[in-house]
Design a protein around this ligand. Sequence first.
Ligand code: ZN
Length: 492
Amino acid sequence: MLEGLKPSAVWKYFEEICAIPHGSGNVAQIGAYLAGFAEKNGLACITEPCGNVIIRKDATPGCENAPAVVLQGHMDMVAVKDGDCEKDMTREGLDLAISEDGQFVYAEGTSLGGDDGIALAYGLAILAADDIAHPAIELVATVDEETGMDGARELLAEDVKGRRWLNLDSEDEGVLLAGCAGGLTQKSMFGVSRDTVSGSLLRISVTGCRGGHSGTEIDKNRANAILILASLLREMDFGKMLQPLWIAGGEKDNAIPTSAEMVICVNDYERIEICRAFDRAERKLLPVYRMQEPGLSFVLEETEDGGEHMIQEGSYRVMNESSVEKVLNFLSLVPFGVSAMSEEPKGLVETSNNVGIIRTAGDTVIVDSSVRSLVPLRKQQLGDKIALLTTMCGGIAERHSEYPGWEFRPESVLREAWVETYREVYGAEPVVTTIHAGLECGLIIEHMPETDAVSFGPNIFDIHTTSERMEIASVERTWNLLVKLLERLGRG
Ligand SMILES: [Zn+2]
């Protein structure tokens, strides 16, 4: 499908990778493919206990004295497909296609996994080439980045010699990443007591918020649907009449929630009062969000969806007043959004929190918050603050999925070499920055503190979605940059 695209070796390997199913958690086959490549090409290869594959190639003549360079990417992809796509992504390869205008490669009906298949394709093309000058190379392919960075977490320092680390897991050509935020998930759990009441059900929902990535879009002034629902309920101010069966909102802790809802039980008298209170609150709140969230809407509707809290039709187990108060107090006080901007580099988000998910599991309401910071202490402090607030509101706090950040180094030989090479290849200035999201570099530097790292890659749009597409010309320019950079690093 991709023959004719340049550089042909890169696209050939990319196509081979896409023929192998490799969603997160399903990486044994792609690992075996990489080990097979090493064997075929007579290259040394290690498969680590966790599944990471490391392939070595010696320096080309004249480059023997230069420090070894690591090319790194992750093996797994976010495997998602359209509702009407019949493909079994655990067993079948992707159907690659080129857009009508000839500019992009994408996969029919599914995500493409350009994130991060292109890193492996670049790596294999370098390892297979005999016409590129380079220092000793190690291709490090990590497992399951997308579901918790397991491969980077379990990478063994003794398996990798190189300390000049090229992470090829960025999707914005012309931007060099030289630092990233660390993160943690703070879980707040509120036990609720229930009473049995009779009546009918109403659903109160908040929908149509813009949402976005909880790191890179946390400074874009997006509203949080879960917190809007909480303020709607406060504005309605009907005290004892609020008898929820459950509350839910958001899908991932690393996405700003676009919708949230609560199902309540009411009797006939309360129904009228609640409809009035809802109308009043809606009239008050909507104008406040008109500019920020033009798609926002509030809905009050009948429902029969009592879920597990229905005893029989007309009879429900509802949260009592003090339980509701705990949850609403927490939601009214929990911080959301940017809590500090960074001084160096200036103008970037330093510390933030996203309230990503709320759900009701039996008699527990659970809220997941995703904390990020460029500064380790600030990450801890914000996590602690949310934990403290949880306890003060009568809940239990737990911390999960903590990962370290990657601090911007004032001096970096690798960064300078990359910037020089970029100027030479593009005749322009690159952007050098840090990102308010997690990269594997943080964990790698934790294992090997002397590592000098940078992260870059070709343009890939809408990653992790079925609209993911990779720009063909950008893949070629980034390849040229990589080859020239390796030649430069080969000189010492
Ligand atoms: Zn990635």
